[in-house]
Design a protein around this ligand. Structure first.
Ligand SMILES: Nc1ncnc2c1ncn2[C@@H]1O[C@H](COP(=O)(O)OP(=O)(O)O)[C@@H](O)[C@H]1O
Ligand SMILES: [Mg+2]
Length: 602
């Protein structure tokens, strides 16, 4: 006897619901999307008990007449596609005709709807697939869909619902995505009668971000727009200094639809890579617009994934636009001054007196540390590798070039500055002052310079007067053999010096301060460790990081005025000097207005 039966329609719907309706938040998402597709300009979402008890979505969209209302809950009922041609050009959020049928098969559902040109509305109720007849009722134009007791006839699924708080978090997340993608809509979210979000139409996207996330996030975003080859891009990019521990704050929208795409995530990660520590994630809002027929949305039941027909183009365009903006942006970390708790509000005159005193003290301070005369020695090349090792030595007759072997731009440069704790440099700027971490800043400068040079050709190197030798294990010897090309690019020349011994014959000029043998051994260890897991570009990046770190002046190292001067000049000429290659800030900025605020002058 045949074992196969064709499932009845309600079973089919329930199975479809398993894919589309995972939890209350999925219902909210589907209903809000339907409202948007219906042309609504105002949508109100209300939930009780995290949506477990009730979800209701009211819109002022086109509404449905009696016939459509009856049909809407049938499986595969949709007004959005008609022919297979339409599938290649989907401009609506929905098109599968599954959501309402799925929802109604797993909950108590009630829909009330009225079209604009009709005087009365219509109403229909469906209890887990059991549909009552459609009946006229009074209603505002638009639609309200109410969904009660989700999964109440499916204890196994009901059991998997989490606490009201958790379910509400998911609802808020979906609401947020839709609100971000549709900043022209008036949206409200209510939970247990309390208004959580009221987002009026007609405000800016930034204002919406501030409302949905925080003004801190909004203030840390820079904008970039790009329009090429049919792809329009608007990105709000979080400053690297404002990174997060997960990628949760990365929102990508394609033609108004929130999507997840591993190629786009990769492009974002790549664009930020030089500016971020490992395991940190930037805040990014990315809005992509492209012709509907350039991708397929019909690849995932909830349409969170799409298939781009030209993935490479999308990837490279996003990467290029983001990278360029990130590299050119001023990412100095704005100083976060600690709020001083003032128990008793001092009288205005005391406060004014106090801040005046501090301002005077600062003026005095800067007077003492007069600007250093612009030194014509800027731009000099450093002494050769073997001749000059110690930057801290102020008596040296030859001025040290802090960055190793490259010419520092010969600009007329005058700054008031001061080294404190032999580790930080405080320098006056036009509108305040900055504090540099001398090691991190120098490291960044060297890193950028190394990168620039190595991408052009190989690093310039210098023969050592006395070759430095070191011993190798077999594994290290292998690593060396496998990465001969990289060593050559770095300008490191090695020659056998005994059975298990090698000697460094020539070493990059830029790493003048570093011990050639120690550096080469560390390099070989890094290669042995990382070469297998990293691609060439990333491996090189790590090598350059290491080189920059070793070659940079250290914390605790006293610098002469001319050295500080050179460092500051080089910092001005270096892209992205606001962060060290590990992503830590190199610079903290204080503006006079920050100070005035802090001193309660304003
Ligand atoms: N809020 C609404 N306002 C007007 N029409 C709606 C609304 N919600 C659903 N509909 C109609 O019901 C149909 C079925 O909805 P749904 O099951 O979500 O499928 P889809 O959105 O994929 O078409 C839609 O195509 C639309 O015509
Ligand atoms: Mg739909």
């Amino acid at each position: 006897m045949g074992q196969i039966v064709v499932l009845d329609q309600n079973m089919v719907n329930m199975i479809a619901a398993g894919e589309v309706i995972e939890r209350p938040a999925s219902v909210v998402k589907e209903l809000m999307e339907n409202s948007i597709d219906a042309g609504a300009t105002k949508i109100t979402v209300s939930a009780e008990d995290g949506g477990r008890k009730l979800m209701s979505v009211t819109d002022n969209g086109c509404g449905m007449d009696a016939e459509d209302l009856a049909a809407a809950f049938e499986p595969h009922a949709t007004s959005k596609v008609k022919t297979s041609e339409d599938l290649h050009n989907i401009s609506t959020l929905g098109f599968r005709g599954e959501a309402l049928a799925s929802i109604a098969s797993v909950a108590q559902t009630k829909a009330v709807s009225r079209t604009k040109d009709s005087l009365t509305g219509n109403c229909v109720e469906i209890d887990c697939g059991d549909k009552a007849v459609t009946a006229p009722c009074s209603a505002d134009y638009g639609s309200t869909i109410q969904v009660r007791d989700l999964f109440y006839k499916l204890p196994a699924r009901r059991k998997f619902l989490k606490t009201a708080n958790t379910e509400m978090t998911h609802i808020i997340e979906h609401f947020t995505r839709i609100a971000m993608a549709n900043d022209g809509l008036d949206l409200t979210l209510i939970h247990n009668g309390r208004e959580l979000y009221r987002l009026p139409a007609g405000r800016s996207l930034r204002q919406r971000i501030a409302q949905l996330f925080s003004s801190e996030i909004e203030e840390n975003l820079i904008e970039v727009e790009n329009n090429e080859k049919n792809l329009h891009l608007l990105a709000l990019l979080g400053r690297p200094g404002f990174s997060k521990t997960s990628s949760k704050f990365q929102y990508v929208f394609l033609n108004g639809r929130f999507i997840r795409d591993k190629f786009i995530s990769h492009a974002i990660k790549e664009a930020y890579r030089p500016s971020l520590e490992q395991n940190r994630f930037p805040v990014v809002f990315l809005f992509i617009q492209m012709p509907y027929d350039n991708y397929d949305v019909n690849v995932h039941p909830t349409k969170i994934e799409v298939r781009f027909y030209n993935t490479n183009l999308v990837h490279s365009q996003i990467l290029a636009a983001l990278r360029e903006k990130i590299l050119s942006a001023d990412f100095e970390t704005p100083a976060k001054l600690p709020a001083i708790p003032i128990k008793e509000q001092p009288s205005k005159s005391t406060a004014t007196y106090r801040s005046q005193k501090i301002a005077d003290a600062m003026a005095e301070f800067f007077k003492k540390h007069k600007p250093v005369q612009t030194q014509q020695q800027l731009g000099l090349r450093p002494a050769p590798a073997v001749a000059k090792r110690d930057l801290a030595d102020e008596k040296t007759t030859q001025p040290a070039s802090l960055a190793g072997g490259y010419a520092i731009p010969d600009t007329q440069y005058e700054k008031k500055f001061l080294q404190i704790h032999d580790s930080f440099i405080v320098a006056q700027t036009d509108d305040g002052f900055v504090i540099f971490d001398q090691h991190a800043l120098h490291e960044r400068i060297i890193y950028e310079d190394l990168r620039r040079r190595i991408h052009k050709s190989r690093l310039e190197s210098q023969k050592l007067l006395v070759p430095e030798s070191f011993e190798l294990t077999d594994a290290q010897a292998d690593a060396l053999k496998n990465n001969a090309e990289l060593l050559e690019k770095l300008g490191i020349e090695l020659a056998p010096f005994g059975p298990k011994t090698m000697a460094v014959q020539a070493f990059p000029t830029m790493l003048a301060k570093v011990s050639p043998a120690d550096f080469t051994l560390d390099l070989i260890d890094l290669l042995a460790d990382k070469a297998a897991e990293l691609d060439a570009e990333r491996l090189l990046d790590q090598v350059l990081n290491m080189a920059a770190c070793k070659a940079a002046i250290k914390a605790g190292q006293k610098l002469s005025d001319s050295e500080i001067q050179q460092l500051l000049t080089a910092a001005d000429a270096t892209e992205l000097s606001g962060r060290c290659p590990h992503g830590r800030p190199t610079t903290i900025k204080f503006s006079t207005s920050d100070l005035e605020k802090q001193f309660k002058r304003t």
